[in-house]
Design a protein around this ligand. Structure first.
Ligand code: FES
Length: 164
C-alpha cells in the first residue's frame, strides 16, 4: 500500500460515518410509511381474495326463462356444490350456496317467507342477502356472484361473508 495514501486521500472517518438526526428521522419516516402502505395493501389483497373468488362462468339460462321460473337449482363451482338462483321481484337475481353454515344441511327456498330454510335445526337465512334470520347458523350463506349479459344469466364466482 502506498505510504502516502492517507495524505493523497484524506478522509475524516468520524465525519464519513456521521448521519444527521434529520437524515435518520427522514429514513425512518420513509421506511415506516413504506411498511404501513405494504401492510394495508397485503391486508386488503388477502381480504378481497378470500371473500371473492372467481371461477369459470357457468351459464344458468336466459333472463326470461329464469324470471318466469322464480328459482333455479344448480351446482357451482364444483359438481357437488349445490346452489340456488332466485329471481327477485325487481328483476334482479341473487344466488346462494345451499349448504347451511351450521352443519351443512341443504337449505330450501321458501318464497312465501322470502327466506332459505334449514330443516335440520330450524335455521333460516334471508333470501335477499343470505344473512342469518334464526337458528344456530353462525354465518350468512356464501353468495354466488351473478353476471347478466346478452339476456343470459351466468354464475361467475363465490363471495364468502366477511365473518365466515
Ligand atoms: S344444519 Fe342448518 S341449522 Fe343446523
Amino acid at each position: 500500500m502506498n505510504e502516502n495514501h492517507d495524505a493523497e486521500f484524506p478522509i475524516d472517518w468520524e465525519e464519513d460515518n456521521y448521519i444527521s438526526r434529520r437524515e435518520f428521522f427522514k429514513f425512518m419516516t420513509l421506511a415506516s410509511g413504506g411498511l404501513a402502505v405494504g401492510s394495508v395493501g397485503m391486508a386488503l389483497w388477502t381480504a378481497v381474495s378470500r371473500r371473492e373468488r372467481r371461477f369459470e362462468p357457468l351459464r344458468l339460462g336466459t333472463v326470461a326463462a329464469l324470471t318466469k321460473k322464480g328459482s333455479h337449482e344448480f351446482q357451482y363451482p364444483r359438481p357437488h356444490d349445490l346452489c340456488l338462483l332466485i329471481a327477485r321481484n325487481d328483476g334482479s337475481f341473487v344466488a346462494f350456496s345451499r349448504r347451511c353454515t351450521h352443519l351443512s344441511c341443504p337449505v330450501e327456498y321458501q318464497p312465501q317467507r322470502d327466506r332459505l330454510y334449514c330443516p335440520c335445526h330450524n335455521g333460516a337465512f334471508s333470501a335477499r342477502d343470505g344473512s342469518v334470520l334464526q337458528g344456530p347458523p353462525p354465518h350468512p350463506l356464501p353468495q354466488i356472484m351473478i353476471d347478466v349479459r346478452g339476456g343470459e344469466v351466468y354464475a361467475v364466482g363465490v363471495r364468502t361473508p366477511e365473518d365466515a
